[in-house]
Design a protein around this ligand. Structure first.
Ligand code: NAD
Length: 480
């Protein structure tokens, strides 16, 4: 064993008390779904975890009706102070059940346990604590006096941060006085169903939170339901476009958080060792299944070769494998479909003339795996520089001047995030000012905080989540 190898340190799954089958969560009860149930599997082993209900039109109707009743009879009439107490209770229960939630998330999603344990679940608790604090202070959120809730919110979320996206959606909606029907992604419903148990434990009034599992069709039925007042969606640009079209003219308030192709810009005066860690975190965190991932590395030409060499050396040390092993840096790809998409775009990258490199790494036989990959000699016209790969694949481009870096960074249909690495604060501010991205990190990457708004420009969607701006999406009246 070399000094870089570690003995396996698997997290036990004994803490989980999973049911073989889960129903839909409507009116604080688990009820059977009308559609044919499906199996959720572990992407690391392809072994089944549990059967999940598939919500159809009648189920969506029931869930929206439960949310409407709860909105009219209890939640919209309750004082902000009391709503806040429920949210604080949820936050504390998330903390109490943190280990269980982290293990379930890694099992169902494939992300490394050290990420679900140290990033996802703590942020989920932080989101509920943060918005619990706002519930009785809505008059002071800069939205004018006495801002009003919207009603029933339909929320559809993706598979890359299943529980965290749930928190981003549910916490502000509830704090603002709305009730919700949430549809998790079909490959990652498990933690949403454990969250439903937390809702029961917290003794929320029935119908305030409803969870309808199922595939895209269930999501489509939910966002198009006539008794929904607000739609919040995170996922692909294609589905986002479809939702924008179908909700146009209905009076439903809409926020869309879609894809990204972020530029991570490294100037020649950057602290290089720090930047290497930021580049790795930017694209290999969560297997690159991150809408704001730093998937386009822009390096100043004078340091290009040095950065690429150091990056390759660093990648040799990444441990790819069992998501439940506490040493794992890169876990499993979430699904066979996503793996096929990553493979296809990577093959296109090679065919278009970019140079592909991966460290030597043994991938497990079963499950869905993709080795961390770097493409050099990439030009802005290559598909791997334009399309969201949503996997552990980095495209490296170079630039000579700040103006060229800005032009290349902005040369994308997306505009979700960007990173700037430089020793000079003035350069960081000057460049950040010209980047068309909703979130810009300086000398760091992929940092999230509930007080900080998050969202995009152009095809990355519209609306903001997080901060007081995130409340505006769930209240009548815009930010003043
Ligand atoms: P998707 O947009 O198809 O799915 C996201 C969610 O929307 C899921 O819950 C899905 O069931 C639901 N959905 C699907 N069709 C729907 C419809 N017509 N109406 C309402 N809801 C619908 O995303 P995906 O298939 O999981 O991933 C495809 C690509 O999307 C990825 O390769 C990636 O590029 C991108 N993506 C982005 C994010 C993000 O956070 N921005 C997250 C996941 C995926």
């Amino acid at each position: 064993m070399s000094f870089l190898e570690y003995a396996p340190a698997p997290e036990s799954t004994a803490i989980l008390d999973l049911k073989p089958e889960y129903g839909l969560f409507i009116g604080n009860e688990f009820v059977p779904g009308s559609g044919e149930s499906f199996v959720t599997i572990s992407p690391a082993t392809e072994k089944p975890i549990a059967r999940i209900a598939n919500g159809d039109a009648a189920d969506v109707d029931r869930a929206v009706a439960a949310a409407r009743r709860a909105y009219d009879k209890t939640w919209s009439r309750m004082s902000g102070r009391d709503r806040g107490k429920y949210l604080f209770r949820i936050a504390r229960l998330v903390q109490e059940r943190a280990r269980e939630l982290a293990v379930a998330e890694s099992l169902d999603n494939g992300k490394p346990i050290k990420e679900s344990r140290d990033v996802d679940v703590p942020l989920v608790a932080a989101w509920f604590f943060y918005y619990a604090g706002w519930a009785d202070k809505l008059d002071h959120a800069g939205l004018g006096a006495n801002p009003r809730s919207l009603g029933v919110a339909a929320q559809v979320i993706p598979w890359n941060f299943p529980l965290l996206m749930l928190a981003w959606k549910i916490a502000p909606a509830l704090a603002a006085g709305n009730t919700v029907v949430l549809k998790p992604a079909e490959t990652t419903s498990l933690t949403a169903l454990l969250f439903a148990e937390i809702v029961q434990q917290a003794d929320l009034p029935a119908g305030v939170v409803n969870i309808v599992t199922g595939a895209g069709e269930t999501g489509r039925l939910l966002v198009n339901h006539p008794d929904v007042n607000k739609v919040a969606f995170t996922g692909s640009t294609a589905v986002g476009r479809e939702i924008a079209r179908s909700t146009a003219g209905t009076g439903k308030k809409l926020t869309l958080e879609l894809g990204g192709k972020a530029a991570n810009i490294v100037f020649d005066d950057a602290p290089i060792d720090q930047a290497i860690e930021g580049i790795v975190n930017g694209i290999f965190f969560n297997q690159g299944h991150v809408c704001c991932a730093g998937s386009r590395l822009l390096v100043q030409e004078s340091i290009h070769d040095d950065v690429v060499d150091r990056l390759k050396t660093r990648l040799e040390t990444l441990r790819v494998g069992d998501p439940l092993d506490k040493n794992t840096d890169v876990g499993a790809i979430n699904s066979a479909e996503q793996l096929a998409r990553i493979r296809e775009l990577s093959e296109i990258g090679e065919a278009e003339g970019a140079e592909r490199w991966s460290p030597a790494c043994d991938l497990p036989e079963n499950g869905f795996w993709f080795a961390p990959t770097i493409f050099t000699n990439v030009s802005t016209s290559h598909r791997i520089a334009r399309e969201e790969i949503f996997g552990p694949v980095l495209s490296v481009l170079s630039f000579r001047t700040p103006a060229e870096a800005i032009a290349k960074a902005n040369n994308t249909p997306y505009g979700l995030s960007a990173g700037i690495w430089s020793d000079k604060g003035s350069r960081i501010l000057a460049v950040a000012d010209k980047l068309r991205a909703g979130v810009i990190w300086a000398n760091t990457f992929n940092r999230f905080d509930p007080a900080s708004p998050f969202g995009g420009y152009k095809e990355s969607g519209y609306g903001r989540e997080g901060g007081r701006q995130g409340l505006a999406a769930y209240l009548k009246g815009g930010l003043k």
